[in-house]
Design a protein around this ligand. Structure first.
Ligand code: GDP
Length: 467
């Protein structure tokens, strides 16, 4: 580590570390599209020799910057080749993209030829890592690229795209700027007490720190929503056998998946499926009924339901209103009391044996019919409200969705909260400065302004090959 490594700005920091981070002088190549049969596929080259290698591959001598050229590769293959001259490319280096037939045979063949011509195999995420190291992207934007690739729904995509556009890094940078101003003021006051400079008072310090703390807390409050848009809302469906759990789950998944039967106790294992409800990625967990059982297989299923109940973001307790409430139903209601489970009275198309009011529960109750579809929109509304407060499209604060970012913002907030306490006790300014500095560094790790090479490597290793 450079002696001043912790305090270096991104560019100088990269200049010091880049020889260790990866071998940037290699020209790298990888297949950038998904594996399998497709109409077209893309092989990408990046680095100093990209153009020379492309010329040798195609036998073509001229490539106009950012033009598509129709080329032949070997005797039989043909491709559209686009050269993007540095620094105006994704990585900031010379890049060549080769669009060819999408079969894995074609793609592998071209890649092998590129290796023969001197290109090195790219590591996962290496293109994006180079973009970061060349100053094309800051770290939080680069990480957004991972989320964009993995986004499950339109809303998740929107959240990742906003991060890529820089919503998060702008916010973090602006908080960091306020902190920097404060640090400068503190340092000037401590180091040059005799100069004719406005003295920083504890009151002024408190005001600035409070404002920064508020911003950090606001950012943290978006973390839950961000996590859900990224990883999905986990919804556990519980209820005794035959109340309609699988039927409801199938509707939400939009297709038949788990087996629906009339024999109680068929859904023995938990079944987890991914669905999309109002653009929110939802992981639905259908469980075996929670009830005491002598049957070993069923008991395992019951054990899993209990776990799903404790791990879920939202529990849907399904009851069959066409049959009298059983002891099991009452048991489940009792277990759910005090939680924020939703009680679903299913089979509302049949003659009811009991009504909402008979339940005497503090939980929200929705009447549904998996058969007619009645009441299902109310469940969807509730899921949307729980996941995004019903306002994902119109929010102003960027979402914090990445665990690394959440941890760093939490660290920064903790430091600032402590600095605030110390300010209240009128402790020495140089102690307070230590905390402010720690917060400043933590935020710098989000944008990549202060981050260790090891972390950078770890982040980019999460990318897929060719990105
Ligand atoms: P699970 O054991 O809780 O998963 O229940 P299933 O989804 O397998 O449903 C049990 C039976 O109830 C099946 O015959 C379904 O067709 C039927 N069923 C499910 N929901 C409804 C509903 O809303 N109305 C009526 N009439 N029948 C339903």
């Amino acid at each position: 580590m450079h002696p001043q490594g912790e305090r270096l700005g991104r560019r100088s920091f990269i200049a010091v570390l880049s020889p260790f981070l990866n071998n940037m002088e290699h020209t790298i190549a990888a297949i950038s599209t998904a594996y399998g049969e497709a109409g077209i596929g893309v092989v990408r080259l990046s680095g100093e020799d990209a153009l020379a290698i492309a010329k040798k591959l195609t036998g073509r001598n001229e490539f106009k910057d950012r033009y598509m050229h129709h080329c032949f590769i070997g005797d039989s293959d043909e491709a559209l080749v686009c050269y993007m001259k540095a620094p105006h490319s994704y990585t900031g280096e010379d890049v060549v993209e080769i669009q060819c037939h999408g079969s894995s045979a074609s793609l592998s063949d071209i890649l092998a030829k590129l290796y023969d011509l001197g290109a090195a195999p790219a590591e996962p995420g290496e293109f994006t890592k180079r973009a970061f190291l060349n100053g094309r992207l800051d770290l939080s934007r680069a990480e957004a690229v991972i989320d964009l690739i993995k986004a499950k729904t339109k809303r998740s995509l929107g959240s990742a795209a906003a991060q890529l556009r820089g919503g998060l890094s702008d916010k973090v940078s602006s908080i960091r700027k306020s902190l920097k101003d404060l640090l400068v003021e503190l340092t000037v006051n401590m180091d040059y007490p005799d100069e004719d400079i406005e003295e920083i008072t504890y009151q002024k310090l408190k005001d600035s720190l409070s404002a920064i703390d508020d911003e950090l807390l606001k950012l943290l409050s978006s973390a839950e929503e961000g996590r859900i848009l990224r990883d999905g809302l986990q919804v556990a469906i519980i209820g005794k056998p035959n109340v309609g759990k699988s039927s409801l789950m199938n509707i939400f998944m939009g297709e038949e998946r788990s087996i629906v039967t009339n024999i109680p106790g068929t859904t023995r294992d938990t079944v987890e499926e991914n669905a999309q409800i109002r653009g929110i990625p939802v992981r639905l967990v259908d469980t075996a009924g929670i009830r005491e059982s002598d049957d070993t297989v069923e008991r395992i299923g019951i054990e899993r339901s209990r776990r799903a109940f404790s791990e879920a973001d939202l529990v849907l307790l399904i009851l069959d209103s066409s049959r009298p409430l059983s002891d099991e139903d009452k048991e489940l209601l009792k277990a759910s009391e005090g939680s924020d489970a939703l009680v679903i009275l299913n089979k509302s198309d049949l003659k009811p044996e009991f009504k909402k009011e008979d339940l005497k529960t503090g939980l929200k109750v929705i009447e549904t019919s998996a058969l007619s579809g009645a009441g299902l929109d109310e469940i969807r509304d509730e899921i949307e409200r729980r996941a995004v407060g019903g306002s994902a499209e119109s929010r102003e604060t960027p979402l914090l969705s990445n665990l690394r970012h959440i941890r760093l913002v939490k660290n920064a907030e903790r430091e600032i909260a402590e600095a605030l306490e110390m300010t209240g006790r009128k402790e020495a300014m140089d102690f307070i400065e230590v905390n402010c500095n720690a917060a400043f560094e933590a935020l710098g790790e989000i944008t990549g302004d202060a981050v260790s090479g090891e972390i950078v490597d770890e982040i980019f290793a999460r990318f897929c090959l060719g990105k």
